[in-house]
Design a protein around this ligand. Structure first.
Ligand code: E4P
Length: 216
């Protein structure tokens, strides 16, 4: 399972990228809105893309197919490797099909059931983003939805890549990997929580202390 960072904060993204285990970044309008409002979105997204060097999903904000396609054209002028992130609404499905027919990669977002993911895959989505945390927030078992999706993918041999999104804890990350998601997009804080272990820190402190007794 590949790991993407789910953030629009350049400092976080640059640090995560410097650690060498991140293959991409996903942004959304809410993540971008948390950043300095004086920063031009186009230049922020270009800086984000340069920092990671891999997959970069950029979300459209139109709710009509034509508007989504116009935004996609604009984003692809910024950088042609962009993956266009499109909400799972009927107008979005039409846009995904049109983009897929031009071999433009899409990431269909705001998926909460395996059935929605299956429909997005049939519309030609390159990536399907199934949200975990937001399901758990309303008392619905996100792991069941992800397990159903992964099982359907195995049974049907579907090609779209499953992104586990809306990750809130290191346990989510573990569950996504066990379920068979291809990718998890993870907030910076959860990535850092997943790296840290008190026994690693204590073990290193003890090795370093003992190393001072060695003749080198
Ligand atoms: C990523 O593609 C999603 O936009 C993101 O994971 C949503 O996360 P949230 O539910 O924590 O906002």
């Amino acid at each position: 399972m590949q790991l993407y960072v789910d953030s629009a904060n350049l400092t976080e993204i640059q640090h995560a990228a410097s650690l060498g285990f991140i293959s991409g970044v996903t942004t959304n309008p809410s993540l971008l809105a948390k950043e300095d409002p004086s920063i031009d979105i186009r230049s922020l997204i270009l800086d984000i893309h340069k920092s990671v060097g891999g997959h970069t999903s950029v979300e459209v904000i139109s709710t009509e197919t034509d508007g989504m396609l116009r935004e996609a054209d604009e984003i692809l002028k910024w950088f042609p490797e962009a993956t266009i992130k499109i909400p799972f609404i009927p107008a979005g499905l039409t846009a995904v099909r049109k983009l897929a027919d031009q071999n433009i990669p899409t990431n269909v977002t705001l998926l909460f059931t395996a059935t929605q993911a299956l429909i997005a895959a049939n519309a030609g989505a390159t990536y399907v983003s199934l949200f975990m945390g937001r399901l758990d927030d309303i008392g619905t078992d996100s792991l069941q939805a992800l397990n159903d999706t992964c099982e359907i993918w195995d049974t049907q041999g579907l090609e779209s890549l499953i992104i586990a999104a809306s990750i809130r804890t290191p346990i989510h990350l573990l569950e996504c990997a066990k379920a068979g998601a291809h990718i998890a997009t993870v907030p910076y804080k959860v990535l850092m929580q997943s790296i840290k272990h008190p026994l690693t820190d204590a073990g290193l402190a003890s090795f370093l202390k003992d190393a001072t007794k060695l003749k080198m």
